[in-house]
Write a protein of this length. Structure first.
Length: 180
C-alpha cells in the first residue's frame, strides 16, 4: 500500500515536470498564465452621435482612439472617492477592453466614464451617455461563467449635426428632432 501511494506521487511529480518543461519549451510562462476567476474584462464602445439624438441612430459612427476610464468606489464610501481606476482606449471599431484585476464583487461599485475624444467636432460628452455602470458580481447561479462584463455604449456629441438628421430622426418617429 505504502509503495503504491509513493509510486502515484512520483508519477504525478513527473507529470508536473513534463508539463512545465513543455510550457517552457513553447514560449515560457505566457502559455500557462491563466486568467484568474477574480480578474474581469470590461468591454464597451464609444460612438459619435452625429445627429445629437441622445441615442444611437443609423448615422452613429464609432470613435477610434477615444479614452475611457473604469472607476471603482467602495460601496459604502460617503465621499464617493474613486478607490482605483484603469484606463482604456478604443480601437478602430470604437471598442475598448479594460482589465480589472482582483474583482472585489459586492464591495465595489464600478463605472466606465468618458475621458476624451480625438475627433475634432465630436468631443462634447453626451450627458447621460458619458458614463455606464458595470455589473461585476459573479452570477454563478445564472451560469455567468464568463469573465467579460459589457458596459452600455458611451457617446460624444457632434457639434454640427449632419444635414440629413431631420430625415433620420423622423424615421425613428421623432418628427421635429431635438432642438440644436
Ligand atoms: C437610416 O438612414 C436613412 C438615411 O440615410 C433613412 O432614410 C432611414 O429611414 C434611417 N432609419 C432607419 C431606422 O433605418
Amino acid at each position: 500500500m505504502m509503495g503504491r501511494r509513493r509510486c502515484i506521487r512520483e508519477v504525478l511529480f513527473a507529470a508536473v515536470v513534463v508539463t512545465a518543461a513543455a510550457a517552457a519549451a513553447s514560449g515560457g510562462g505566457l502559455v500557462v498564465a491563466a486568467v484568474r476567476d477574480d480578474d474581469f474584462f470590461v468591454d464597451g464602445s464609444v460612438y459619435c452621435d452625429t445627429c445629437r439624438a441622445g441615442f444611437e441612430t443609423n448615422a452613429t459612427t464609432p470613435i477610434a482612439g477615444a479614452k475611457v476610464r473604469l472607476e471603482c468606489r467602495h460601496y459604502m464610501s460617503a465621499s464617493g472617492a474613486v478607490e482605483r481606476s484603469a484606463e482604456g482606449t478604443t480601437d478602430a471599431a470604437g471598442r475598448y477592453r479594460i482589465e480589472l484585476v482582483d474583482n472585489r464583487g459586492a464591495e465595489e461599485v464600478c463605472s466606465v466614464v468618458l475621458v476624451s475624444s480625438p475627433v475634432p467636432g465630436c468631443a462634447e460628452k453626451e450627458v447621460g451617455r458619458d458614463r455606464a455602470q458595470v455589473e461585476l458580481l459573479t452570477d454563478a447561479g445564472a451560469g455567468l461563467a464568463t469573465t467579460v462584463r459589457r458596459a452600455n455604449p458611451l457617446g460624444f456629441l457632434k457639434n454640427q449635426p449632419l444635414p440629413n438628421c431631420g430625415q433620420i430622426l423622423s424615421s425613428y418617429g421623432l418628427g421635429s428632432g431635438p432642438s440644436y
